[in-house]
Design a protein. Structure first.
Length: 335
C-alpha cells in the first residue's frame, strides 16, 4: 500500500469514515510518478534504456537530439502518454503526420529497440511513455548536459490526437506570445519555455523551418533584421527561396552536438536559427534576461533545464488503471 493510501485509511478510520474511504479505489501512489516505480517490477529497466540509447547515439550523434524532442512532442499532446508513437490504424490517425512531426520527428526505431529489449526482460511492465522520458534524459546526459532523476509510472494512451499535435506544439513562426501561451496551457511557465528551448543546443532544423527569415514573409527578399546578416547570407546558400526544403542545418553553430549554453550565446549574437529562438531575446524583457543569464552561467541553465524537464514530464500522465502498457509502442494492445 502506498504512503498516501495508508494515510488515507488511518485518518479516515480515526474519524470512523472507513467505509467511505473503501468505496474509493485505493491505488498505490495514484497520480504520482516516482523514480523507483520499476525498482521491483523491472529493476534493470533504466540500465536497459540507457544501453540502447548509448548504442544509437554512438552510431549517430544527432539521435540524442531526436530522442529528446520526441518526449516534448509527446507531452504537449494529451500529456506524456506515448500517443506520438502510435502508427495510423483503425480509428487512430497517427500524430506522426502532423505539421511539426512530418518529415521531421525521428528516432522511432530506437524506441522500438528499447521496447523490444524491455519486453524481453519484463513483459508488459515498462510503458512507452516512460521509455520516452528516460531516453530524453539519457540523451541529454550523453550529449554533455545535466542529469536528473526521472519520475516514472506513466501509462500509454489508447488513442492519438492529430489535431492536438498540429495545434499544441509551438511552431517556429509563432509569435512570442503564442509560444508562451502554448507552454502555459500545459502548466509550464516562461522559465520553462526559455530553459527547455535550450534543447536547440543540439540537433538540426530543416530549411523549411526558417526560410521565411531569409526571404521575408511573402518572398519580398528582405532578410529578418533580427538575424545576423552574414549568417543569413551563409544560410541562403543552402536554403534557397524555393526547393531544398529538407536541407538540414545545425541549430548551434558553435558546438552543434554538445549540450551546453552556446545556444544562448548565439541568440545574444543574433544567431538563433529559428525565429522562435530569437524572439526570446527580442520580444520580451523577462525572457531576454533569462537568455542572457543562461549565456553567462551554464550551471544555472543546467539546473533550470533539469527542473523544467521533470515538470514537462509530469504533464497529465495516465496513471493507476488508466491507459495501458503497450507491448509494441506503435500500436495499442488488443484484447
Ligand atoms: C519553444 C518552442 C519550440 C519551437 C517553436 C520548436 C521548434 C523546432 C523546430 C522547427 C525544429 C526543427 C524541426 C525540423 O526542421 O525538422 C526543432 C528541433 C528540435 N527541437 Fe524544438 N521547438 C521548441 C521547443 C523545444 C523543446 C521544449 C524541446 C525539448 C525539450 C525541443 C527540442 C528540439 C530538438 C532536440 C530538436 C532537434 C531535433 C533533431 O535534430 O532531430 N524543442 N524544434
Amino acid at each position: 500500500m502506498g504512503i498516501s493510501s495508508m494515510w488515507c485509511v488511518m485518518v479516515l478510520s480515526l474519524i470512523a469514515l472507513a467505509p467511505i474511504c473503501l468505496s474509493h479505489k485505493i491505488d498505490d501512489n495514484e497520480g504520482n510518478l516516482y523514480p523507483q516505480f520499476y525498482d521491483h517490477s523491472c529493476p534493470r529497466a533504466q540500465e536497459i534504456v540507457k544501453s540502447v540509447v548509448e548504442r544509437a547515439v554512438a552510431k549517430e550523434a544527432r539521435m540524442a537530439a531526436s530522442l529528446l524532442r520526441l518526449h516534448f512532442h509527446d507531452c504537449f499532446v494529451k500529456g506524456c502518454d506515448a500517443s506520438l508513437l502510435l502508427d495510423s490504424s483503425g480509428s487512430i490517425t497517427s500524430e506522426k503526420r502532423s505539421n511539426p512531426n512530418r518529415k521531421s520527428a525521428r528516432g522511432f526505431e530506437v524506441i522500438d529497440d528499447i521496447k523490444k529489449a524491455l519486453e524481453h526482460e519484463c513483459p508488459k511492465t515498462v510503458s512507452c511513455a516512460d521509455i520516452l522520458a528516460l531516453a530524453a534524459r539519457d540523451s541529454t546526459v550523453l550529449a554533455g548536459g545535466p542529469n536528473w532523476e526521472v519520475p516514472l509510472g506513466r501509462r500509454d494512451s489508447r488513442d492519438a490526437s492529430l489535431s492536438g499535435s498540429n495545434n499544441n506544439i509551438p511552431a517556429p513562426n509563432n509569435t512570442f506570445q503564442t509560444i508562451l501561451t502554448k507552454f502555459k496551457v500545459v502548466g509550464l511557465d516562461l522559465v520553462d519555455m526559455v530553459a527547455l528551448s535550450g534543447s536547440h543546443t543540439i540537433g538540426d532544423a530543416r530549411c523549411t523551418s526558417f526560410r521565411q527569415r531569409l526571404y521575408g514573409q511573402n518572398g519580398n527578399g528582405r532578410i529578418d533584421t533580427t538575424l545576423d546578416q552574414s549568417y543569413a547570407a551563409e544560410l541562403r546558400t543552402r536554403c534557397p527561396r524555393s526547393g531544398g526544403d529538407q536541407n538540414l542545418f545545425i541549430m548551434d553553430i558553435i558546438t552543434p552536438r554538445k549540450f551546453d549554453n552556446n545556444y544562448y550565446k548565439n541568440i545574444v549574437a543574433s544567431k538563433g536559427l529559428l525565429n522562435s529562438d530569437q524572439v526570446m531575446w527580442t520580444k520580451n524583457e523577462a525572457s531576454k534576461k533569462l537568455v542572457e543569464q543562461y549565456a553567462e552561467d551554464m550551471g544555472l541553465f543546467f539546473d533550470h533545464f533539469a527542473k523544467s524537464m521533470v515538470k514537462m514530464g509530469n504533464i497529465s500522465p495516465l496513471t493507476g488503471s488508466r491507459g495501458e502498457i503497450r507491448r509494441v509502442c506503435r500500436r495499442v494492445n488488443h484484447f
